[in-house]
Design a protein around this ligand. Structure first.
Ligand SMILES: Nc1ncnc2c1ncn2[C@@H]1O[C@H](COP(=O)(O)OP(=O)(O)OP(=O)(O)O)[C@@H](O)[C@H]1O
Ligand SMILES: [Mg+2]
Length: 313
């Protein structure tokens, strides 16, 4: 459905996108992840035909985005990072205005507007001015404008930014529902959101692809293969040096002093190793009490941080 080959975009000396390639099958929900400034928005603006690439090509359903941008735009619904909404228009008038302005082949305008109002849960606010709507409802209007011409592809750039937890759950449900019949690209840095909605994840970092696979595959291939969390009574922070030399422990990733002479530690472990018995014995040998010990699986968040930590540093 979408084929991106060797795509680059330079802004002066900044290589915002630096030779990326991947393709998306019909009906797939793809999570497009990366830290701030990684190149997500730049990439999707090229895919939607709003921005020309410096080099490389994007093909959407057989149409080149540069040579054939009108055909491409007909097939794509785009929710930009900041949806430009006309605050003095009411919801229905705004959606009608969008259909008229874009001229992308909608013939049954009233029926389409009614359909997206239902799908996006806008029924109660159709005659309100957009300026009076809460942020969550404005985001729904943004989604409605992206879907009003019933495109087979939806590109959503950070669709849940600024929403409250209830609205986030609602929008996620809607995205999963839409993903049953449409091809979706979801740009995000909210990892639970991607884990909950996407079968495949592409991680971009400094304009290059750092990982591509299902959340499970990325977790399995990650370095730092696991972690153990412990709370020890009678230990000081310096006990981390003793924990660090237990067989199977790669390093101590976090040490905290809690109340009442209790410290907590997080240990990253080598692949396939289990240092829990060693931790227990180290506590006993030093007359300390092990209050809590648990094993943590690698999360998508760990994968993301491993791949992009140079940025954080
Ligand atoms: N119009 C522009 N002119 C110059 N540089 C730009 C422009 N737009 C983006 N950039 C730069 O390109 C790089 C990629 O930006 P982009 O907006 O694509 O990142 P992003 O992954 O969407 O980040 P975020 O998570 O913050 O939205 C950044 O270094 C950014 O400063
Ligand atoms: Mg962005």
């Amino acid at each position: 459905m979408i084929e991106i080959s060797n795509l680059s975009k330079h802004y002066g000396d900044t290589r915002a996108v630096d030779g990326i390639s991947f393709s998306i099958q019909k009906g797939q929900i793809l999570g497009f992840l990366g830290p701030n400034g990684a190149g997500k928005t730049t990439t999707v603006r090229i895919v939607t035909g709003f921005l020309p690439p410096t080099s490389g090509t994007v093909n959407v359903d057989g149409h080149d985005v540069v040579a054939d941008s009108i055909e491409v735009r007909k097939r794509i619904g785009y929710l930009p990072e900041n949806t430009p909404l006309y605050t003095e228009m009411n919801v229905v008038d705004y959606l009608r205005f969008i259909v008229d302005m874009r001229k992308n082949g909608v013939t049954d305008t009233n029926r389409r507007i009614k359909a997206v109002i239902d799908q996006c849960g806008l029924g109660d606010v159709v005659h309100k001015d957009i300026g009076e709507l809460s942020k969550g409802y404005r985001q729904r209007v943004g989604l409605a404008q992206a879907m009003v011409h019933d495109p087979p592809i939806l590109i959503l750039d950070e669709p849940t930014v600024g929403l409250d937890p209830n609205q986030i759950v609602e929008i996620r449900k809607l995205i999963i529902e839409l993903g049953r019949e449409k091809t979706v690209i979801l740009c995000s840095h909210i990892l639970p959101e991607v884990e909950a909605t996407c079968a495949r994840v592409v991680i971009i970092h400094n304009g290059r692809i750092a990982a591509d696979g299902s959340p499970k595959e990325l977790q399995a291939s990650s370095e730092g293969k696991g972690a153990v969390y412990v709370q020890i009574k009678g230990a000081s922070i310096e006990f981390s040096q003793r924990l660090a030399v237990i067989p199977g422990v790669e390093r101590v990733t976090d040490s905290k002093s809690m109340s009442d002479g209790v410290c907590s530690f997080e240990l990253s472990t080598f692949k396939g190793s289990d240092p829990r018995e060693g931790v227990f014995r180290a506590c006993v040998d030093n007359g300390m009490v092990l209050l809590e010990m648990s094993r943590k699986e690698v999360s998508l968040e760990d994968v993301f941080r491993n791949l992009t930590k140079q940025e954080a540093a």
